[in-house]
Design a protein. Structure first.
Length: 296
């Protein structure tokens, strides 16, 4: 094997020195991308690993200035985008100049734009967590606290329909009124880094496309990722919360020998206990008592 060019080694070292949280969250994205078959199977057989070639590094990091033209999470995405495909379409990051000089961006067929810190009102909830390396992003009337949050939501809601993935909604219900204050805490409590390794929370809000919207009209929503982000996870499971409901989705296959008529705890021996663990942290009971209406 020919030795690697010294300039390539220097560029790789420089890239890896940039950021820490950004590399971690993009690592979570890569793991989910592998589970949802956004990475061709040939690349993910040995786990969600993506090799960055010398050509790739040279293209995206020709100079330090070029590396910093985009926020770090977007630059990392551009370096791996050649490996990402959904339903035969490459998930590449594109940028176009719009009227007035503003830059419109997109990934696949999803268009978005970056919202700068100065565009956020003084009391906006996303100001305190704003990072230039992973900025706030808008997609139509939805606002995300970061580009990485936008990517994780996109995997779960937009790029999840490959037949071989087998994602299914296993639970849906509307919260009983007496539990609404505790339910609200799950959506609004500050996100703790790593959540002690138990789960990852990813936020978003519907503001009608207006960052200056009356806070009482803004709908907060949160995705709670329970599996799919650890190195040895082979399937994903998550809860979506917002507007008084709970939904649980998973790619976990039914336990061997279990029939479709068995209860969820038997069919999904990992997903269901993790869901109860998340609810229990906020003093919420099991779904049979939590929901106002019959759950499915």
């Amino acid at each position: 094997t020919a030795p690697l060019p010294f300039t390539y080694v220097l560029r790789v070292a420089y890239v890896l020195e940039q950021g820490s949280d950004e590399w971690h969250v993009m690592g979570v994205f890569v793991r989910l991308a592998a589970i949802y078959r956004l990475i061709p199977q040939a690349l993910s057989q040995q786990g969600p690993r993506i090799m960055l070639s010398a050509d790739c590094i040279s293209t995206h990091v020709p100079t330090r200035a070029a590396f910093h033209r985009l926020p770090l999470t977007m630059t990392i995405f551009k370096m791996i985008q050649g490996c990402l495909i959904y339903k035969g379409r490459s998930l590449t990051l594109v940028q176009e100049e719009q009227d007035g000089g503003a830059a419109g961006r997109g990934v696949g067929d999803i268009e978005f734009c970056v919202v700068t810190l100065v565009e956020l009102p003084r009391l906006h909830s996303y100001r305190s967590c704003y990072k230039n390396s992973d900025p706030v992003v808008r997609e139509n009337d939805s606002l995300y606290p970061s580009f990485s949050a936008f990517l994780l939501h996109s995997v779960m809601y937009r790029w999840c329909a490959e037949e071989v993935v087998g994602e299914k909604r296993t639970l849906f219900g509307t919260i009983h009124p007496r539990f609404l204050s505790r339910y609200r805490a799950i959506i609004t409590d500050p996100i703790e880094k790593e959540q002690h390794g138990a789960f990852i929370m990813v936020d978003g809000q519907h503001d009608g496309g207006d960052v200056n919207a009356d806070p009482t009209s803004v709908v907060e929503f949160r995705l709670v990722l329970m599996t799919g982000f650890r190195q040895d996870d082979s399937f994903a499971s998550y809860m979506t919360l917002g507007q008084g409901f709970v939904e649980v989705y998973t790619t976990e296959g039914a336990a061997r020998g279990v029939t479709s008529g068995s209860n969820l705890d038997v069919r999904l021996p990992v997903t269901m206990p993790k869901m109860r663990s998340v609810l229990g942290r906020y003093g919420l009971p099991a779904p049979s008592a939590l929901f106002r209406t019959g759950h499915t």
